[in-house]
Design a protein around this ligand. Structure first.
Ligand SMILES: O=P(O)(O)OC[C@H]1O[C@H](O[C@H]2O[C@H](CO)[C@@H](O)[C@H](O)[C@H]2O)[C@H](O)[C@@H](O)[C@@H]1O
Length: 383
């Protein structure tokens, strides 16, 4: 099993959390570069017929796999033998100069919303529910559900998840929201004339209450292929203890969170080998998960634009979109908002990370706090 090659890796270049050494002691925090790993991820599509991963280097695979979803804090034993964070607080505070807390910057956010309607976009895993070992047990708390429900009473609110749309609906269970699954490749929105000239992927359907809705599935033609690759991935990884292959409808996710680190390269190799047969699929990398998805120009950023358009909220003079997310795929949405100079991305992270977001929140409890702030502000401004 040899993943070594002298070529460069087109996809698995997950940005590691920023370490002190990488920043040279944090003098110039985080200048964002358009040639960075993020743009490589979305811009590099396979040039060869043989598949996207032919030229992946072993070290890139492993580095990226190790860097994804780091522990929240590095801990060390201090002189009293107590556990104490190693320099992480200082690093985080320095990083927050660039990505201020959305809680402490709340007034600034609200000032920008004056005369506008806020539209909220929320990621699920790591944003509304804490990261846990078993993806099937990533339940959100009742308190969080309550906060989301309240916020959705006042503001159009959409969930944009890497999960299948049905699965994320099962977890959240609030019918007042709009849902986009498979990283935005499966969007259920209110009925209206097609916002894209794409009648093949834009169809009428009914929701769980038999209400007529619009279903936009940008990767519809890939369904049989994803089903096939899912079966192969299950088969090809079944002997690796801890691997879990998740069916996210238009995406096949291979989780390695529970795999012994010494077998991570094996996981990568098996996924690589499986994908050789599918040049029209590409690989992306989330938090301890490899995701196989169609090579189409569609992502969470496009999904946000689609939803804004579908909901009649695409005029930035009247609307302030806010997107809250924790993962690399959420960067596509942050980027759309930043580059469109329309709204704010809020990155949920307890460690410094490069991002296109404007603000940050440390964890899911701060996300809940933020949602409560918006509701309280709305209620008090209505008095
Ligand atoms: O876009 P999201 O809603 O954030 O979904 C991204 C992926 O989330 C899930 O995986 C992640 O969370 C799991 C539960 O906490 C964790 O076990 C896993 O390691 C994380 O990668 C989900 O299972 C994936 O299918 C989503 O793509």
């Amino acid at each position: 099993m040899d993943l070594k090659s002298n070529h460069t890796a087109p996809v698995l270049t997950d940005p590691a959390p920023i370490s002190k050494s990488r920043l040279g002691g944090y003098p110039n925090l985080l200048p964002y570069s358009h040639t960075g790993a993020f743009s490589e991820l979305i811009l590099n599509i396979p040039k060869k017929k043989t598949g996207i991963l032919d030229d992946v280097r072993a070290c890139s695979w492993l580095d990226a796999m190790k860097a994804s979803s780091p522990p929240h804090r590095k801990m060390m034993k201090d002189s009293n033998n107590e556990l104490a964070p190693i320099d992480s607080d200082a690093a985080y505070r320095a990083w927050m100069l660039q990505y201020p807390s959305a809680l402490t910057s709340f007034e600034q956010i609200i000032n920008s919303a004056k005369g506008k309607r806020i539209a909220l976009f929320l990621d699920y895993d790591g944003t509304l529910s804490p990261i846990v070992d078993n993806p099937d047990s990533a339940f959100m708390s009742d308190a969080m559900r309550d906060a989301v429900e309240k916020v959705a009473k006042y503001f159009p609110t959409a969930i944009i998840s890497g999960r299948s749309r049905d699965k994320v609906y099962e977890f959240i269970g609030l019918k007042e929201l709009y849902y986009a699954g498979s990283h935005g490749m499966d969007i259920m929105s209110p009925v209206r004339q097609s916002v894209l000239d794409d009648h093949q992927n834009d169809i009428r359907s009914t929701d769980k209450e038999d209400k007529e809705v619009n279903l936009f599935q940008s990767a519809r033609e890939f369904l049989p292929m994803i089903d096939e690759v899912l079966k192969s991935l299950v088969e090809n990884t079944k002997d690796i203890k801890g691997v879990k292959v998740e069916n996210n409808k238009f995406v096949a996710a291979v989780h390695y969170r529970n795999v012994d680190e010494k077998y991570w390269q094996t996981v990568a190799q098996r996924v690589h080998d499986t994908m050789k047969l599918y040049p029209r699929l590409r690989l992306t990398h989330g938090r301890k998960v490899l995701e196989v998805r169609p090579v189409i120009n569609w992502d969470k950023g496009k999904a946000v634009m689609f939803l804004l358009e579908s909901l009649g909220l695409s005029n930035c003079n009247d609307v302030l979109p806010i997107y809250v997310g924790d993962d690399r795929t959420d960067e596509d949405a942050f980027k759309v908002l930043r580059e469109g100079n329309c709204g704010y991305g809020i990155l949920v992270s307890a460690v410094p990370k490069e991002s296109k977001a404007f603000f940050s929140l440390r964890d899911t409890s701060e996300v809940m706090e933020f949602l409560k702030y918006i509701v309280t502000w709305k209620q008090s401004s209505a008095l």
